[in-house]
Design a protein around this ligand. Sequence first.
Ligand code: PLP
Length: 360
Amino acid sequence: MARVYNFSAGPAMLPTEVLTRARDEMVDYQGTGMSVMEMSHRGKHFVGIAEQAEANLRKLMNIPDNYKVLFLQGGASTQFGAIPLNLGNGSGKADYLNTGHWSVKAIKEAKRFVDVNVVADTKPTNFTTLPAEGEIKFSPDADYVHYTPNETIAGVEFPYIPDTGDVPLVADMSSTILSRPIDVSKFGVIYAGAQKNIGPAGLTIVIVRDDLIGKSRENTPAMLDWATQAEADSMFNTPPTYAWYMAGLVFEHLLAKGGLEEMGKINQRKAEKLYAAIEGNDFYSNPVEPAYRSWMNVPFMLADDSLDKTFLEEAGRQGLVTLNGHRSVGGMRASIYNAMPEAGVDALIHFMNDFAKRHG
Ligand code: PLP
């Protein structure tokens, strides 16, 4: 089996063990004579799969009992609109941190529904830094505060959780969820598209504190209302059953690997060695302030960008693929989510050193 090291920002690699198991169970799921894809979402087999997936996610993230876990559709982008509809029903004002491409998108969508107050903006630095801890002044009357703990494109990541006092904190964790342990109780809402650290694209996880459910604006579409979804156990309509099953396999796999403590150690080690390789060679550079460098998405530039194409071609021939940077920033980007083996990062570093020697 020829598996490449795929550095895509998402959809991203899944653990080979998970894909192999899904393949083995594909046609006849555990003696049922049918594929999970063919099962009624209300039948006992699928309900068992769904409940187990949720239980495993709760265990992995240590999610307190007063939070609901929703398995929804539409990607994180759908939640950009669902968040103001569900939470913006008090003062109608919300604080947003603008720290990169995905914050920009979340803000644009929220402005359709609430008064957005941008309380931190790192655009003037080209999104290469973040506000220091304690620096932001939040509005006491905001309905919520929204931020993006890891910006997938610029490769900046908050090393701390902003303290917003009594105002609920909402986090788009699409590209950092499950990468390390976090204290869920510090958040009002955590949401994430699945296609990086969870499973197939389309599935969207929303973890929401009980007291924030049931406050939506009148006219909120039922599908976007967390109360509807929570009451229906995320089965208000036909849920993305196969993606839910796949996510369950990933959760089980992560628990077997030692959970998020262990993933955090591995991810930190992977990121530190890649940044060290970039820093240690004049041929490469990373523009992000060291304290705020992402463990998951590592952008880097070649000293001579006319070599970008050659770099990508040669890397591809060695099974190191999708290293091109986002079209808005250029250069390279290595996304090294949970499923990227440490050996993949080692192979990339080896290639980078060799390439620099030959072309530098
Ligand atoms: N938020 C972040 C941080 C992302 O990286 C992405 C990228 O996929 C999105 C939101 C958009 O997610 P989706 O495509 O699931 O709507």
